[in-house]
Structures are given as structure tokens and as C-alpha cells.
Design a protein around this ligand. Structure first.
Ligand code: ATP
Length: 307
């Protein structure tokens, strides 16, 4: 099946001369949850704004549903729902009026049954007559999603959907996103929270300094770049590591009571056997040991740190 969004050779230099995007090419498949990860200022919002037709690129092309976004702006824009970072709604309107009005903005005929379904899916039905100003922050966010879904888009962009949201609410938001995917909506979310990408995404793209530095199936990414950590809990605390063990690049923590060794699960040798033997020779004994898989966070940090 052709991708629902295709971005090719996209660059953006702002009027200030700052190059926010540098030759980005990316394809989003129909029905997937794609997480765009990147540090502050990496270019995530700029990329989304271009795809949604809000910002003009300096170079490159974007198609949505096979249509060029510049030649068919109206058609492609109506295929997209956007939930921006900032919450802005008319505080004194009701939930129902706000969401219904949004649909009208896309020139779609009234469809109360659809609005009802959206509000029910987002657990907002019992708030339909409440004024926005009376809602909690989490509810307001869900209203923003409802607005973005009011015109039945095929693609939903969520720009930092859970920024500043507490853990419980964040999990609720993940549930909402999963429900939307099950209903056939393609979802692109940007996030700083690695755990969010790890939890939600089918594929992950990492953007840094305006360039896509990686796009990978999440499971494959975790496997491919997966490193493990061996933690040794020492019987007796040590002040420093013997120089003979320098090659293992061990980390000493917990006041000298814990040693951590990083190794590559894909490597020919893990080095664990020789490490344990060298530790014994050095007179360092341990009372327990465990291994920990490296998280996406470790992978991400190592990627964006690379020169
Ligand atoms: P964050 O995670 O902080 O939201 P982001 O990845 O979404 O960051 P963008 O908002 O796309 O990043 O910004 C990318 C870069 O472009 C930043 O350095 C930003 O300062 C710059 N930038 C964004 N908008 C403009 C503008 N209108 N004029 C000049 N520079 C801009």
C-alpha cells in the first residue's frame, strides 16, 4: 500500500537564516503510530507545520494520500487532524459547540452522530454541555483531540500530547491513541518522553538538528541497538577500580558497592567470563548480579550525543 504521507528532500530555512530542517525524507505508512523523537529545537514542530500546510518549506515536496500538499492544499489539509502543543480553545464555549464548530471549518456538513462518537471515544460525552473553562487540564487536552478529529481525518498529528501531564493521565492518553489507531487513524506523535515512544510507537524516527538521523521499526531498533548492562553488587565496598580492569570501562556506583559493565548482546564475545575471572584475581567478590536491557532512552541519548 502506498504511504499515506511522503516527505521528500524537505528543507526549511527561517527568515532569520536559521536552517531548521535539512533535506528530510520520510514516509508514513497507513495505520501506523509513528513517534518522532528529538530534543528541544530539533525541528519536530517545523516538520509537522509544513506537512499540515501551516508553514512553507524552502525546498522539497510533501504528499498526503498521494496528493501534493501545495497543489491540493484544501483536500490534503482536510485529511489531517492536528493537535498542537499549545492548548487554545474558546474557554466559554461548551465542549459540544467547540467540537462541532471545528468540523464546520473544514466545510464538512453537520454530523452529530460523528461528534457524539468522538466525544464518547474520548470519555467526554458527559461533559458535552460543560464550558471548556470548567474542565481539568487533561479534559481540555482531550477536547483538543476531539476538535482535531471532528472532520474525520485519516491522519492525526499529536504534538507533545502528554507534555506536563501526570503519569495517570498520560496512560489514559495512550489508551485514547490506541483506540484511534484501532479505528483506522494513522498517528504521528512528537514527544520528548522516550517511554512514550517505547510504549506506543510501531516505528520511531529520531530528528536532531533538522536532520532525520534514524527511522526504524521499534522492535528492530530495540534489538539492533540493544545493549545490556551487568550489575554486580559487591560484598565489600571499594574506593577505586584496579587499573588492570580499566579496559572493561566499569562504572562504580552506590558508594563503591556496585559495579556496572556495559556489553553488546550482538558482539562476538560479551567479555563477561573474562571480567568475572579478572575480578576474582583482583580480589573483588560480589554477592549478587543482574542484567538489565538498555532502554530506548540509552539508545536515544547515544544517538543525539554522537558528533
Ligand atoms: P521543541 O521540542 O522544543 O518543541 P521542536 O523540535 O519542535 O522543538 P521547532 O519548533 O521545529 O523544534 O524549532 C526548530 C528550530 O527552528 C529551533 O531552533 C527554533 O528556534 C527555530 N525556529 C522555529 N520557528 C522559528 C521561526 N519562526 N523563526 C526562526 N526560527 C524558528
Amino acid at each position: 500500500m502506498p504511504p499515506i504521507i511522503s516527505v521528500s528532500g524537505l528543507s526549511k530555512t527561517y527568515g532569520s537564516g536559521f536552517k531548521a530542517l535539512d533535506d528530510i525524507s520520510l514516509e508514513i505508512q497507513r495505520g501506523e503510530i509513528f513517534a518522532l523523537l528529538g530534543p528541544n529545537g530539533a525541528g519536530k514542530t517545523t516538520l509537522i507545520s509544513i506537512i499540515c500546510g501551516i508553514t512553507n518549506p524552502t525546498a522539497g515536496t510533501v504528499t498526503v494520500g498521494g496528493h501534493d500538499i501545495f497543489k491540493s492544499w484544501r483536500a490534503t489539509r482536510s485529511m489531517i487532524g492536528l493537535v498542537p502543543q499549545e492548548l487554545h480553545t474558546d474557554a466559554f464555549e461548551t465542549v459540544w459547540a467547540t467540537v462541532s464548530f471545528s468540523r464546520g471549518l473544514f466545510g464538512k456538513p453537520k454530523n452529530p452522530a460523528h461528534i457524539e462518537k468522538v466525544l464518547k471515544d474520548l470519555s467526554l460525552w458527559d461533559k458535552k454541555d460543560a464550558r471548556i473553562v470548567t474542565l481539568s487540564g487533561g479534559m481540555k487536552r482531550r477536547v483538543m483531540i476531539a476538535k482535531a478529529l471532528s472532520h474525520e481525518p485519516q491522519v492525526l498529528f499529536l504534538d507533545e500530547p502528554t507534555a506536563g501531564v501526570d503519569v495517570e493521565l498520560r496512560k489514559g492518553m495512550w489508551e485514547v491513541v490506541r483506540t484511534l489507531q484501532a479505528a483506522g487513524v494513522t498517528i504521528i506523535l512528537t514527544t520528548h518522553y522516550i517511554e512514550e515512544a517505547e510504549e506506543m510507537a510501531d516505528r520511531i524516527g529520531v530528528i536532531n538538528k533538522g536532520q532525520i538521523i534514524l527511522v526504524e521499526d521499534k522492535a528492530a531498533l530495540m534489538r539492533k541497538l540493544g545493549r545490556k548492562r551487568l550489575k554486580l553488587h559487591l560484598q565489600h565496598r571499594i574506593d577505586a577500580l584496579p587499573p588492570d580492569l580499566a579496559a572493561y570501562k566499569l562504572e562504580l556506583s552506590d558508594g563503591g558497592c556496585e559495579l556496572t559493565y556495559n556489553y553488546d548482546t550482538k558482539g562476538e564475545r560479551t567479555g563477561i567470563t573474562s571480567l568475572l575471572s579478572d575480578l576474582r584475581s583482583a580480589g573483588i567478590r560480589f554477592s549478587d548480579l543482574d542484567t538489565v536491557n538498555s532502554s530506548l532512552e540509552d539508545i536515544f541519548v547515544s544517538l543525539v550525543r554522537a558528533p
